[in-house]
Structures are given as C-alpha cells and as structure tokens.
Design a protein around this ligand. Structure first.
Ligand SMILES: Cc1cc2nc3c(=O)[nH]c(=O)nc-3n(C[C@H](O)[C@H](O)[C@H](O)COP(=O)(O)OP(=O)(O)OC[C@H]3O[C@@H](n4cnc5c(N)ncnc54)[C@H](O)[C@@H]3O)c2cc1C
Ligand code: SF4
Length: 465
C-alpha cells in the first residue's frame, strides 16, 4: 500500500512534504524547512511563483476560511534562506547525457548527481532554464530568482553545454558516449491556427523569447490582437501592455470561464487593460500593407462535455477588425526531430511507465511527454525525481519496474482546531504602477505575516485522536 499523505501533499504532483515544512516554519527552523522542500523540489521559490498550486485546492482550510497560502509561504522562506546543496555520493563511474536544460532536465541532473553520476546537460539556448527563462515573463518570475536557484548546477559540478542544438548526428554520438540519456526538450514548436492568411500571424512563443533575449520591441504604439486562452496567450497580452502597445485585444473561441489560463492571470490581464473578446475564432486574415484585417466567425456555447467544459458551436455570423499585428498563442508541440524512436499521435515521445522510450537507455520526461494541464513546471520536476530512480536502477542493472508507489489513502483531516483565521493573500503592486514595466508584481510579506499564515496550518493527520 502507498504512503499516507495529508490532503495538500496528496494533490502536489511532486509530493512535497507541505505539512512537514510548515511545521518546521512554526518552530522557526527555516533552514530545515527549505531542506525538506528541496528533497523533492529543487526550485522552491521559482515554482512557488508560477505554480497553479493544486495543493491549495485540497487544503482542509479551503472549505473553512480559505486555504493556507502555501505558495506565498514558500516564496518568503526561499527569500530568507540559502538554498541547500546536497551531498554527492562517490563517483559511480557512470555518465548521463541530458538533452534540454528546462526544469525537467536541470532537476533530473540535481537528483542523479547526488547518486554519484557524471552529468552533462546540452541545451540549444544561451542559458539554462527552458521556458522558465525564455517563456514566462520577468514580472511573474524574475530571472535573478531563477539564476540563484539553478546555481546548484555549478556548485554540484554538473557539466553545462549551451548553444548546442541536438540533431540526429549528435544524438547518435550522445547515445554512444553516455550510459543513459534523458530527453527533456519540452514543447517549443507553436501550433499553427488553421485559417486563410495564417502566414500573417506572429508566433507568440517567439515573441516571448525575443523579449527574454532583449530583442527589438515590435508592439510599441500598435494595435495588437492575441489569439488563444492559455498561459502563453495571457503572458503575450500582458507583455504587450508593458511594451506600450496602443491596445491589446484577446480573442478566444470559448468564454473566459473556459480558458485554460490560471484565473489570477486572466483577472490581472483585465485589470491591466487587456480587452477580452469571447466566442470568436479567426477564419481569415487579409494583409493590407502594414494593417491586417482579421475576420472572425462567431460562436455560441453548446452542451457541457464530460470534463464540465462547454462545447462551442459555430454560428453563420462574422465580425471583422483591423489590427497592426496579430499574434497567435494557441498551443505548442514537441519537436524532437533527432529522435527516431516511437512518438504518440500528438508528437509527444512515447514512453513506458518508467519513462523509458523504445530504446532502453533513452528516457524522456517533462513537456516532451505530456499535453494539456500536465504541461506545468511542477509536473516536469516530479518526472525528474521519478526518472532519477529509474535511470539509477537501470545503470546499476536493477529492475526499473514498480518504483513509484502512488499514495492510496488520505489521512483524515483533523477537525479539532477550529480557530478562525482568514487567509492572508499575496500583496501585489498596484495596476497603475505595474503595467508600465516588467518588475515583479508580488510584494514581500513581513516575517510576522509569514509566521501568522504558517500558524493557520492544521497539521492534518498529526493530531492524537
Ligand atoms: C509562455 C508560457 C507560460 C507558462 N506559464 C506557466 C506557469 O505559470 N506555471 C507553470 O507551472 N508552467 C508554466 N508553463 C509551462 C512550463 O514552463 C513547462 O511545463 C516547463 O518549463 C516544462 O519543462 P521542460 O523542462 O519539460 O521543458 P522546457 O522548459 O521547455 O525546456 C526544454 C529545453 O530543451 C531545450 N531544447 C529543445 N530542443 C533541443 C534540442 N534539439 N537540443 C538541445 N536543447 C533543446 C530548450 O532550449 C529548453 O531549454 C508556461 C509555458 C509557457 C510557454
Ligand atoms: S491545513 Fe496544513 S496540513 Fe492541512 S491540508 Fe492545509 S496545508 Fe496541508
């Protein structure tokens, strides 16, 4: 039978011991608290800033006076404590090649290096971090936080090879040179919207990458349309506002309620002046020199599907509007042309239940194997922890089967502590101040607020009956 976990832990894809670290915070043992988090989550402050925090959705207090603000506790903790560098076992004599230096790649390096293996990470971009650096904008995740948290890479003597894109030839060489290989290339290829004139779309992922690389501002003073309803679309809209676009209109084929983007992102985008146009989908773009006319078909909501989402039904009605630039931010696809093994029909890499591809020494993790709502950083990091067990066993000649016992029972939440204490929300920079720049929008708590919020945790399941 799997281990028993408190409700918050049970909902965390990385099974971080949330109850345990909040208990250590209450005892003011901050360094042990951070060490406990980093057993499963080597990027504590980074992930706390961007995670949709499913842990909070399952917190016992959620149904009383608001979930414990688990993410903000971790943001504060990681700001006052130095990250923990784990001990490295004696050299195992084995070498692992990792393709991709996003959260999946760098965290699997963190876990496997501790086991004494030599690690080499290859990445196509100038710096490590993947979409955390080249996708998610600075106002949500300052790069100095990411840089501080990935410092373990150099401190643990992990070999970093940047500006190195793996192609078929290099992949064959890597397979030859290493005892095991992990593919963690994410999903960097933007899907095309199927409509006439789609050559006029600007690619949303490239747009965000160019901002991270400090390239030319192409939206200043212009009227912008952004098509899509996920995190990428919200990041593009809010970045365009900060780059002083004349106006930013988001176009989505369902309604705001059905958007896959995090709710706080949608609310903040609206506060910052993004115009939302719902139930519209592009059917044609006509390029008229500098201007583009976007012709959109109208939709209405239909029946609810099995996931509780409304279907959408096209109407024989159209609307059109002129824009200077139309940015497409719908979804991304995995691009691993170098890999000749089996892929799934959605182009993710096919793996077995221990992350092995059809070549037993080649493993795959992160966005390269997931789709939809599983394409989040904490899932990529959870994969990294799990694959490290499988790769290590493979290298030691042990079985890679049945390594992950999923927890089966929730500890019955304690209902004894019934004190009222409302959740302390994140403090944010005012709209007028934040929409003109890329500075982080979360404001720090005081230590008093931090400890007060920690005290709200009911330590579920730890009380005597
Ligand atoms: C705009 C945007 C906003 C997001 N917002 C959030 C959010 O708020 N919260 C959240 O949890 N998640 C968010 N995500 C998703 C999150 O970033 C990903 O789930 C996560 O980064 C996946 O990690 P990964 O390591 O699998 O892939 P990635 O982070 O994509 O890293 C893959 C790495 O592989 C490298 N690579 C690719 N091909 C090659 C090759 N052939 N050779 C060498 N290197 C290669 C790339 O350069 C990259 O560094 C967002 C994603 C985007 C695009
Ligand atoms: S009250 Fe504490 S232990 Fe219980 S679910 Fe919430 S964070 Fe976890």
């Amino acid at each position: 039978m799997g281990e028993k976990f408190a409700p918050c832990i049970l909902n965390c894809p990385a099974y971080v011991d949330i109850r345990g670290y909040i208990d250590l915070i209450k005892q003011k043992d901050f360094s042990s608290a951070l060490k406990l988090i980093m057993k499963n989550l080597p990027l504590p402050g980074t992930v706390a800033r961007i995670c949709p925090h499913p842990c909070e959705m399952n917190c016992t207090r959620r149904f009383k006076d608001g979930a414990v603000n688990i993410s903000q506790l971790r943001i504060f903790l990681s700001s006052i404590e130095k990250n923990f560098i784990p001990q490295i076992k004696n050299d195992s004599g084995k070498k692992i090649g990792i393709i991709g230096g996003g959260p999946a790649g760098i965290c699997s390096a963190y876990f496997l290096r501790q086991m004494g293996h030599q690690i080499f990470i290859y990445d196509a971009m100038p710096k490590m971090g993947g979409m955390l650096r080249y996708g998610i904008p600075e106002y949500r995740l300052p790069k100095k936080i990411l840089d501080k948290e990935i410092d373990f890479l150099s401190q643990m003597q992990i070999n970093l090879i940047n500006n190195f894109k793996i192609d078929r030839e290099k992949f064959l060489q890597i397979q030859h040179d290493f005892d095991a290989v992990i593919i963690a290339v994410g999903a960097w290829h933007s899907m095309k919207i199927n409509c006439d004139g789609n050559q006029f779309f600007i690619d949303g992922i490239k747009f965000l990458q160019n901002i991270a690389l400090n390239k030319e501002n192409i939206v200043c003073g212009k009227k912008i349309a952004v098509v899509g309803g996920g995190n990428t679309a919200m990041d593009v809209c809010r970045s365009a506002i900060r780059l002083k676009a004349a106006s930013v209109t988001n176009i989505y084929r369902r309604t705001k309620n059905e958007m896959p983007a995090q709710t706080c992102e949608i609310i903040e985008a609206q506060e910052e002046g993004v115009i939302f146009k719902e139930l519209l989908s592009p059917v044609k773009i006509i390029g008229n020199g500098k201007n583009k006319t976007l012709i959109m078909q109208k939709y209405e909501l239909g029946e609810k599907d099995s996931d509780g989402r409304f279907s959408f039904v096209s109407k024989n009605e159209f609307e059109q509007e002129d824009f200077d630039l139309i940015i497409s931010a719908v979804s991304q696809k995995t691009e691993a042309d170098f890999f000749s093994g089996k892929l799934n029909s959605d182009s993710t890499i096919k793996i077995n239940n221990c992350f092995q591809t059809d070549n037993e020494k080649v493993f795959a993790i992160g966005d390269a194997i997931h789709t939809g709502k599983d394409r989040i950083a904490v899932v990529a990091i959870s994969d990294a922890k799990k694959v490290s067990l499988a790769v290590n066993n493979f290298l030691m000649g042990l079985s890679v089967e049945n390594l992950y016992a999923e927890p089966k029972k929730i500890i019955c939440p304690s209902a004894k502590q019934k004190f009222e204490s409302t959740r302390l929300e994140m403090k944010k920079v005012s709209v007028s101040e934040r929409k003109n720049n890329f500075k982080e929008i979360i404001l720090p708590w005081s230590e008093k607020e931090f400890l007060k919020e920690a005290m709200r945790c009911l330590n579920c399941g730890k009380h005597k009956k």
